[in-house]
Ligand binder design. Structure first.
Ligand SMILES: [Fe+2]
Length: 362
């Protein structure tokens, strides 16, 4: 029988909770409250600076959404409650258990994620499935990306761990302490030759309020542009770079598991399943437009980054409740964390990031 999360956690529980408990004793005037530690210590972020991965190799990708029944009878049943968050993107779903879906249902999930761009599944048992099942279920959407710098799980480099508590504030570390706001728009690891598609993110500990993720539709961002401007963008390519992320990790003594890559992608890409065109640039990783002089590139990227981040009418928030699993299509969205909650509160989440096709130029 496969070991449960509880079994697997035993080795890391003590280490994780000890270090957290030692540092996180909350003290008030009246009493000392012992910090309980992470609810899922198995997924406490793990870094081994000696961990190394070979360069990624190209693979053939067939999107599961292509096999799906457009009516989605295996995903959305009579007891499913579906609530759209905005006309352009985002749907909250209740009454579906991802872990119980058939093969056909899982294909339909990919199609629905492509169409709605962001799905917020409530009341999931996903976090309790254990690492092997979590990986098996998500790798049908593509080989899981192993992050070159972030915290992962010992023995399971497929997990990308997002963790913040009173002693660890990665937002402050990464974005700097002297900024007016701490949003940072990006699509995940877009520097990969085959960037992620259907992406899973499950929450383990969350604040009661705050810690939402903002998502913007890159399809609607593209649609808002004039036909003349759209024509100008199509055919352009931009460089996406992993260098700054690797440098940052190195500076703080973290790992660089793979040599950082720089990859050219089309500035407007076409989704392989829906055929929709989307802007494919993001502030986090896109550095320059190929063939443009520096000032031209800076001007165009600044305009597009502003356009996307100001699009409040094509931006939504995904909120987290215990048991929430958020699934997004990383090809047609950008997102940002909102570190707006009290710094003493723990937020702990895990991402599984299947890679998809080489971006198709529009
Ligand atoms: Fe992200």
């Amino acid at each position: 029988m496969a070991p449960s999360v509880a079994d697997l956690a035993q080795s890391t529980v003590e280490q994780a909770t000890n270090s957290v408990a030692k540092l996180n004793l909350k003290e008030t005037k009246q009493e000392k409250v012992e910090e309980k530690g992470p609810s899922y210590p198995f997924y406490y972020p793990y870094w081994d600076v000696d961990e190394k991965f070979p360069p990624t190799e190209l693979f053939e990708h067939t999107d599961p959404g292509l096999r799906a029944d457009p009516k989605k009878p295996n995903l959305l049943g009579p007891n499913t409650k579906v609530q759209h968050i905005s006309p352009y993107l985002g749907t909250e779903i209740r009454g579906v258990q991802i872990s119980q879906l058939s093969e056909a249902g899982l294909d339909e999930l990919a199609l629905y994620a492509a169409e709605r761009k962001l799905l917020v599944f409530r009341d999931q048992d996903f976090k309790d499935l254990g690492p092997d099942k979590q990986i098996a279920l998500t790798k049908r959407y593509g080989p899981i990306q192993r992050h070159p710098t972030s915290g992962n799980v010992k023995g399971y480099p497929e997990f990308h761990v997002v963790y913040r508590d009173a002693d660890r504030d990665p937002f402050r570390e990464y974005l700097g302490a002297n900024r007016l706001f701490k949003t940072g728009w990006h699509s995940d690891v877009s520097y990969e030759k085959q960037p992620p598609g259907t992406t899973f993110f499950f929450i383990l500990d969350q604040p009661d309020v705050g810690g939402d993720t903002l998502f913007a539709s890159q399809v609607e961002a593209y649609n808002r542009l004039s036909p003349e401007f759209q024509k100008r963008l199509e055919g352009l390519r931009a460089v996406h770079s992993a260098v700054a992320q690797a440098e940052h990790s190195k500076q703080r003594g973290g790992p660089v598991r793979r040599e950082p890559v720089e990859t050219e992608h089309p500035l407007v890409r076409k989704h392989p399943v829906t055929g929709e065109k989307a802007l494919y640039i993001n502030q986090g990783f896109t550095r320059r437009i190929v063939g443009y002089k520096d000032e031209e590139s800076e001007w165009l990227l600044k305009f597009l980054f502003d356009h996307i981040s100001k699009g409040a009418d094509f931006i939504v928030r995904a909120s987290y409740e215990p048991g929430t699993v958020v699934v997004w299509d990383n090809r047609v969205t950008v997102h940002s964390a909102t570190p707006d909650f009290d710094k003493t509160i723990r937020r702990h989440a895990v991402r599984l990031t299947p890679q998809a096709e080489v971006p198709i130029p529009a």
